[in-house]
Write a protein that binds this ligand. Structure first.
Ligand code: GLN
Length: 304
């Protein structure tokens, strides 16, 4: 096994020295309160051992990383029927674009762009008695951590400024692809995005995607076929119009969020999470991308 701890420590030193850390997302005002100098990287190896460097215990807003978790829950509930409502093709567009939605009659390209995640949110609202509570319990179960929670201030902040998500939801509704009312669906969506987790908690949660559906306690949460499909969607759609670049530079299925987090997995090998709040122009963490490129290059481990 590669010397993960050495590699992570070097990544941390390099990140601390980097002057251009990107820009913090401010379109959700509450996200702008975070210190741009935060940096953390945490990795669980195939023996379930934790390696970490930097600020890996402080919680931050996981934002779009949550889309993989809501997708997993919806996929468990609906199986392949899910794909009647949302596609599995990369969009090549920024996460909040609406143009394809109109061209394709309200069926979002994939579940990891905002429009797709809003349809998945609608499905969960339709199928669950208490959707916010049940999603939270699902995430806590996979993570083996009952302290994980929503950040109500972030959810409220996004609700006040989430105009593009309202536009997407109404457009989808106009095509008949939203069963519930827009307010209820977006309240759920803003809460899932506000989930607050640390790098260690994220790496632990995403261990299921590296470990054939089993969490760190070896409980089976998803079957092999579901894991194959969700990892494939992360690889092709996890970074919006930068998915090709991420595959090229890093070579792992993964997912980013505008809170500055990135998760990635190497099946049968490791799960990793980084946090650096500064984003590049595509809305992905600038230093997080550099860190993961270094990790796969120096360890010689990627899916390729
Ligand atoms: N909640 C954010 C939004 O809907 C998520 C975007 C992201 O993390 N890329 O805009």
């Amino acid at each position: 096994m590669p010397e993960f701890q050495n590699i992570l420590d070097n990544i941390y030193i390099e990140a601390k020295k980097t002057v251009d850390k990107g820009e913090i997302a401010s379109y959700i005002p509450q996200l702008a309160c975070v210190d741009i100098n935060n940096f953390g990287i945490a990795l669980f190896d195939k023996n379930g051992m934790l390696h970490s460097s930097g600020n890996t215990q402080e919680r931050f807003s996981i934002q779009s990383i949550s889309k993989v978790l809501s997708l997993s829950l919806a996929f468990n509930l609906l199986g392949e029927k899910l794909w009647e409502r949302v596609g599995v093709e990369p969009s090549g567009d920024p996460f909040n674009h609406l143009s394809l939605l109109e061209q394709e009659n309200g069926k979002p390209r994939n579940p990891l762009i905002n429009a797709g995640a809003i349809v998945v949110a609608d499905i969960l609202v339709s199928h669950l008695k208490n959707p916010k509570e049940e999603l939270l319990q699902y995430v806590r179960k996979i993570a083996n951590d009952n302290s994980i929670d929503y950040d109500k201030d972030v959810a409220k902040s996004e609700k006040e400024t989430g105009f593009r998500n309202y536009a997407a939801a109404y457009l989808i509704k106009s095509y008949g692809n939203l069963e519930n009312d827009v307010e209820t669906v977006l309240d759920f969506y803003f809460h899932q995005c506000s989930l607050s987790m640390s790098c260690e908690q994220l790496a632990s949660t995403f261990y299921v995607f590296a470990n054939r559906g089993k969490c760190l306690k070896q409980t089976q949460h998803l079957n092999l076929s579901q894991i194959k499909r969700i990892n494939a969607i992360m690889l092709s759609c996890g970074f919006y119009d930068e998915a090709g670049e991420f595959a090229y530079e890093v070579g792992l299925p993964g997912k980013s969020g505008v809170g500055g987090g990135i998760v990635a997995v190497l099946p049968d090998n490791f799960s990793v999470a980084t946090w650096s709040p500064g984003l590049n122009e595509k809305g992905n963490s600038k230093l997080g991308l550099q860190a993961l490129e270094k990790l796969t290059t120096e360890s010689g481990l990627s899916i390729f």
